[in-house]
Design a protein around this ligand. Sequence first.
Ligand code: BDR
Ligand code: CA
Length: 310
Amino acid sequence: KRMNKQKIIIDTDPGIDDAMAVFFAGLSEKLDLVAMTSVFGNVTLDIATRNAMVLAEILNQNVPVSEGFSKPLVQRPNPVSDYVHGKEGFGDIPARFPKAKPTSVPADKYICDLINANIGEIILCPVGPLTNIAMALRHDPTITSKVKSIIIMGGGVFSGGNVTEFAEANIWNDPHAADEVFAADWEVTVIGLDVTQKVVCAHSDFSKLANKAPVIGGFLAQATDFYIKFYKEAVGINGCQMHDPITVIATIYPDLFTYEYHPIEVCLEPSRIGETMISKDKKRRFAKIAVDVDIDAVKKIFFDTIETGF
Ligand code: BDR
Ligand code: CA
């Protein structure tokens, strides 16, 4: 691997768009995917951990996978989103059993260890519920000043939700953890539905990719078959939203997005649980909230990287 690559940890609940995000990170010559940490969300924790290792195996890279939490901090777990991502997480692709084993150190501690061993160098990129990140903050609050930055896929400060009228899935799955992450003393970059919903890719984009990059493109074309059916039936659009890959793209191409700065608070009241709201709490740091995106540019970067990287 070349020097000067940006080190990144992806905290993930794979998941079809999670797979896109991980493939992008593994194949970008600008990124060094130092580890993945798994979390419940789109699938159960055991499937998430297994799927993260499957993605590393498909990439043919030795990316350590550390297992995280199976349940939210406070609330009862929501049901898994198998109607969006399929029973095993990758649409109707059958379960695959990787050779690798997860690390012996659990995700919250592993995240802290890696950040402490690479001070100022790691971008933390959670694209699932924020349980592992909240627990890492509890384990070692000093990571807030030692991480290079934290860029999360979650929420929709101006757009509203995708699971309920108010809540986006990652925040909805552990609103208490998300609120701890926004309350901590660091600037969180939020790539939420405000921008991710604008980036929609059609099945033809993935079938073209499959011709040029049969292994990874073929995998994504098959997985997105299922994912796009969900978007057609439930959302009424002819393609899928690229939530998680766009978030990883934001780690190395921040200028393709425009931002607003506001402190964020997560609604913990049952009626609007999981809503990301602008906070009046004077003590909260301002979050960097993406509000617009260069749609064509991020799509091109995604497909070019997968096509040429493998
Ligand atoms: C987010 O929720 C999950 O279903 C996706 O993988 C993405 O991280 C979008 O709301
Ligand atoms: Ca995800």
